[in-house]
Design a protein around this ligand. Structure first.
Ligand code: SF4
Length: 311
């Protein structure tokens, strides 16, 4: 059994073990773009990614990083004055710029009072050697987590959704990053089109072979103004969208096959209603998580129950 008697290794337990105070992530939009949009890797972007967010001017931050951190901290510190913060570079590809511009932005976040670390979300094909050197040095001084968008372990799927990188590239970059002593996470979408339930669960087997500290999961959501929304309208039968109850079981089965040492940061995500086409479960993330925990108990199960071997 894991900390606090949860049936899975929760990322929040990892943070509690690492920090003697509560920590909260503050999401930052640093104004970066994406190489899968501007032609340097691909054009058009991943099919599930909202095109609107790449229109000129759209999504550009109107506030500096310092102002975004201050806003976030002000919100949480009213209730938890002792809380500390992790700056989460979340939007788009947060390693896609000149090294000087990138490190300036990371440092701006890190020097903000109350910030005790950095989480950087990016693509596995967008991590130059020089930046890895910087991150290696940084990780010796402060908390750092690099979160790679892996999304699927099947190249057939990655091609279909126009990711413009392979699973082998993800695996190699996760290994390379971890070899530098940097904490690494993987982001996955469960239920991408064309994947059978067994194929979705097999992602847990492949991820378990990698030196990952965290995985972050969410269900496939069809978002307005995306290439996938058009595909869904034309060929709805080629999508297997999960009902909430089915997805709860899928998460338990996924966790059963996942290495018991990997922390699970999240199982679900809920896009804003105005952007969401399907599936609309009408439930908050915490309600889904509570149902998943309940289902673990009903199935007398836990993370790693079906994990066959040790790393
Ligand atoms: S999902 Fe990420 S990598 Fe894909 S187009 Fe959108 S920002 Fe780029």
């Amino acid at each position: 059994m894991f900390l606090q008697d949860k049936p899975y290794r929760d990322f929040s337990d990892y943070l509690s073990a690492r920090f003697p105070y509560k920590v909260q992530k503050i999401s930052i939009n640093a104004g970066f773009t994406c190489p899968n949009r501007d032609g340097s890797k691909g054009l058009g972007g991943c099919t599930y990614c909202n095109n609107q967010s790449f229109s000129p001017g759209y999504g550009k931050p109107t506030k500096t990083i310092t102002e975004q951190m201050a806003d976030g901290i002000q919100f949480f510190s009213r209730k938890y004055p002792e809380m500390k913060y992790l700056a989460y570079f979340q939007s788009y590809t947060n390693t896609y710029d000149s090294i000087a511009s990138l490190t300036d932005k990371y440092e701006e976040a890190l020097t903000h009072p109350g910030v005790v670390g950095l989480i950087v979300g990016t693509r596995p094909d967008c991590m130059p050697e020089e930046l890895l050197d910087y991150f290696e040095a940084l990780s010796k001084k402060t908390f750092l987590l690099i979160e790679y968008g892996v999304e699927s372990t099947l190249n057939r799927t990655l091609e279909r959704v126009n990711r413009q990188h392979s699973f082998e590239e993800s695996a190699a970059m996760i290994r390379k990053t971890a070899e530098r002593g940097i904490t690494v996470g993987a982001h996955m979408i469960l239920g991408l089109p064309g994947e059978s339930e067994e194929e979705i669960l097999s992602h847990a087997d492949r991820l378990s072979e990698l030196p990952l500290t965290t995985v972050k999961l969410h269900q496939l959501q069809i978002i307005r103004y995306t290439a996938m929304a058009r595909e869904y309208k034309l060929l709805p039968e080629s999508f297997r969208l999960f009902e909430a109850d089915e997805y709860v079981d899928l998460c338990v089965s996924f966790a059963e096959r996942l290495h018991p040492d990997i922390h699970i940061e999240r199982f679900t995500s809920q896009s804003p209603k105005r952007l969401l086409i399907a599936p609309d479960w009408g439930m908050k993330n915490y309600e889904m998580t509570a149902r998943i925990i309940k289902r673990f108990v009903e199935r007398k199960s836990w993370q790693g129950k079906e994990y066959p071997y040790s790393r």
